[in-house]
Design a protein around this ligand. Sequence first.
Ligand code: AMP
Length: 299
Amino acid sequence: MSLLVAGTTALDSIKTPYAENPRLLGGSASHAAVAASFFSQAHLVGAVGEDFPKKYINLYRKHGLCLEGLDHRAGQTFHWSGEYEVNMNNRRTLDTVLGVIEDYSPTLPSNYTKLPYVLLANIAPDVQGRVLDQMKRSKFVVADTMDLWLNIARPAVLKLLKRIDCLVLNDSEASQLVEEDNVVAAIPRIHKLGPKYVIVKKGEHGSILSGPNGLFIAPAYPLKKVVDPTGAGDSFVGGMMGYLASQRGSVDKNLREGIICGSVTASFCCENFGLKKTTKIKKADISKRVRELTRMASW
Ligand code: AMP
C-alpha cells in the first residue's frame, strides 16, 4: 500500500561547529518521504518555488516519490537556517523564510484522497487540517508538530489532535503541550487531547510509544558520530509510516517493528548533512541495522 506525506519541501542552510552547508534539500516532507520510500511509495504534498533546483526533483524521482501533489509556485522556496552547538541536542533557528508556503492551501490530486496511510509532517496545523479535510478513506493518520506551532497556533494544534490517530513529538514539545515536565506523566494527558497513540521522541535516547497495548520503549541506533541531526525526527516518522503502509494486518500488530524501522532510518540521516546520506543508502543497509538493533535490545 502507499501513503501520503504532506509537509515542507525546503532549502535548508545548516551550520554546525565543524561545517556550514547552504541550500541543501530539506523540509519535513522531503526527509519523511525519502525515509518512507525504502518501504512503500510515498505521495508527496508540498510546494516549491522557482529557485528549487532540478537536481532535487531528480532526487525525489530517484526515490520513486509521486510528485503529482507537489505544487510549483511563483516565488521563493521555504528556506530554513539553523545552527547547532557542540552538543547537537541544542539547535537554534537563525531564519525562516516562508516564501511560497505563506498562503499555501494544498489541493490534492484525486488519487491521493483515497490513500490509507496519511503522514502530516511538520507544517502549519491549519495546512495539516486542510490536507485531512480532503482524505476519504484514511486508515491511520499521524501528525508531527513543533514548538513554533504550540507557541503561535495552539488552538489549531488542539483542533487537529481531535482528528488524528497518532501524534509524534519530541520530549520538550510533549512537556510544552500539556505543561508537564515528566514525559511519562505527560503522555496520558496528551491522549486526553485526542490521539489514541502517542510517540514521544527522545533523540539519541530513543522513543516511547503509548497506545492501547500500553508502553513500548524503543531504542535509538547507537552512533559514534553525529554530523547533522536535522530531519532525524522526520526520517523516524517517515520510516515508521513507510513500514506500516508496506504491511498487512493491524497497525497495533505492526507498530513496534515500524518504530524500530523509523529509528534506524533516522540514524542514517544523522550521519551526513541534510539528505546526503539517506539518499545514498539501500534497503539492505536499513535491514542490517534493524537486525543489529534487535540483537542489542533483546534479552
Ligand atoms: P527536524 O530536525 O526533524 O526537526 O526537522 C528539520 C526540518 O524541518 C528541516 O529540514 C526544516 O526545513 C524543517 N522546518 C524547519 N522549520 C519548520 C517549520 N516552521 N515548519 C515546517 N518545517 C520546518
